[in-house]
Design a protein around this ligand. Structure first.
Ligand SMILES: Cc1cc2nc3c(=O)[nH]c(=O)nc-3n(C[C@H](O)[C@H](O)[C@H](O)COP(=O)(O)O)c2cc1C
Length: 251
């Protein structure tokens, strides 16, 4: 699977919540595992692990019934939630590009038969996946319920670069991201939340930022640009919290 194929599916992907419960064949699962081993990481210094489970290993009243789930575990280091979003979104796009359904599950936790930690790593998030029993793709941009570009960025002249970022999925479609600076150095921040919303979405919205960075990386590459991510602190627009700086240069 090329990065160009991952990029293309950004414009059609959607969450799939209804699945054919027949498990996928071993070959498809092996191909997925190979892809997972090669994903790009935002921070090479954060060790992570994946675990693929079957439907009966995962329980939650919120969980979507699917034949398979991928649980993501990570070392709890600075930036680990953004890194998780960045990595798992590549898998979400891979599944969609392979005509497989997938859905992020922030509300689900593996049940007791699946450890909350593995080798000292913390359980972070999960994706449900399998053969879809509903359409796996959108057929047009108008089917995305998303904020407009003017609502999520102050950068002028970067419409093509940021359109795929605008389409990124986020927990409960909160789209809490904001992009300022300029097209060479983008400051990525997220809306500050009140106490109640922070409890509901705080952690998820940081994972969302990683998802947006994944789309930004693929978009930049499509435009012949290399990106460098800087997660160390910096200033953010009023009402926002700084998340990352993304520097772009010609390849
Ligand atoms: C971090 C994260 C957690 C999510 N958790 C859930 C969940 O627990 N249950 C669910 O049905 N959808 C969940 N979603 C899916 C979002 O609701 C969905 O991505 C968003 O509404 C946009 O719709 P789309 O993915 O179809 O474009 C989650 C998405 C993200 C990115």
């Amino acid at each position: 699977m090329t990065n160009g194929e991952l990029y293309n599916v950004i414009f059609n992907r959607k969450s799939v919540r209804r699945f054919d419960m027949t498990p996928l064949g071993q070959e498809k699962l092996d191909q997925l595992k190979t892809f997972m081993q090669g994903v790009k990481r935002l921070d090479e210094g954060i060790k992570t692990e994946f675990s693929i489970q079957s439907g009966n290993e995962v329980s939650s009243i919120f969980a979507i019934k699917a034949p398979h789930y991928i649980s993501f575990y990570s070392e709890k280091k600075e930036g680990y939630l953004i890194n998780a979003g960045f990595i798992m979104q590549q898998i979400d796009l891979y599944l969609s590009a392979n005509q497989l359904g997938s859905c992020w599950l922030g509300a689900a936790k593996p049940n007791k038969s699946v450890p909350q930690g593995r080798d000292g790593f913390e359980y972070v998030i999960m994706l449900a996946f399998g053969n879809p029993s509903e359409p796996v793709h959108r057929t047009g941009i108008e089917q995305f319920k998303r904020n407009s570009l003017s609502e999520i960025t102050s950068i002028k002249g970067a419409e093509q670069l940021l359109e795929p970022v605008r389409l990124a999925p986020s927990a409960a479609n909160t789209q809490a991201w904001y992009f300022s600076g300029d097209a060479q150095e983008i400051i990525v921040s997220r809306k500050k939340l009140n106490i109640i919303k922070a409890q509901l979405y705080g952690r998820m919205n940081i994972i969302d930022i990683g998802i947006a960075l994944c789309h930004l990386w693929l978009s930049a590459e499509q435009q012949g640009k290399a990106v460098e991510f800087d997660l160390s602190g910096g200033p953010a627009p009023e009402g926002h919290e700084y998340m990352a700086k993304v520097r772009l240069r010609d390849l």
